[in-house]
Design a protein around this ligand. Sequence first.
Ligand SMILES: NC(=O)c1ccc[n+]([C@@H]2O[C@H](COP(=O)([O-])OP(=O)(O)OC[C@H]3O[C@@H](n4cnc5c(N)ncnc54)[C@H](OP(=O)(O)O)[C@@H]3O)[C@@H](O)[C@H]2O)c1
Length: 220
Amino acid sequence: MIVTPRITLKLATSLDGKIATSTRHSQWITGPESRREVHRMRAAHDAVLTGIGTVLADNPQMTARDVDLPNGQPARVILDSSLRLPPDAKILKSTGELVMVFHAPSQDYGRISVIQSTGAICVEVGVSEPGLSLPAVLSALSDRGVQSVMVEAGSSIATSFLKSGLVHRLEWFRAPMIIGNDGLSAIGHLGVSALDDAHKFVRKSVRSVGRDIWETYEKE
Ligand SMILES: NC(=O)c1ccc[n+]([C@@H]2O[C@H](COP(=O)([O-])OP(=O)(O)OC[C@H]3O[C@@H](n4cnc5c(N)ncnc54)[C@H](OP(=O)(O)O)[C@@H]3O)[C@@H](O)[C@H]2O)c1
């Protein structure tokens, strides 16, 4: 039996489900109390996964900061089909923990070697629309002992994970603001026409955190 890691999808949105403005400004939608919870959440997962879109837009570190780390920093995972990752990206800065960059089959050994010189490991996986094969990524992570993954990415990767039915848990932070339809939606097109086909979750908790609301859901 193939065991894939448990997936938590974390979203930090406006009340109308946007993760960035029309100019892609996103830092910070949620408040400091929510962000502190996110750091705790990172520390409780084996790996934090993001997409090249988020790395290029925000240059995040994706480490767990100012929290206890009984198991060390989580591994950092980047999905980057065509190896656009800048070698000086903060996410590549060494914390001694595993950093994995997944990419599509590539002959660009120079690029791979530049990224690997930072200590990261580049892993080639197959492609399946609209990007890298998520089952292949999860299987490679599982081979490395990763049992839980927190997905903290933009709309494209969040949508792909939901669409493939791989999300076990949703951690949704909502800030009391409305951005409007010209903002970037947390979730893109899922092709749901019948309500029966909507992705359904069971609410586990609702908490107030600073000025935000933090909802936890699990897959139905
Ligand atoms: N508020 C929040 O919680 C939050 C969190 C993160 C990001 N953001 C915002 O989100 C925006 C970036 O969104 P984004 O959608 O461009 O970034 P993303 O989801 O982080 O990354 C998307 C990229 O990942 C690559 N990819 C590889 N495999 C994929 C797959 N199976 N499915 C989908 N994508 C795959 C694709 O690029 P290649 O084809 O080149 O591989 C794709 O363009 C920024 O404005 C950022 O600030 C907000």
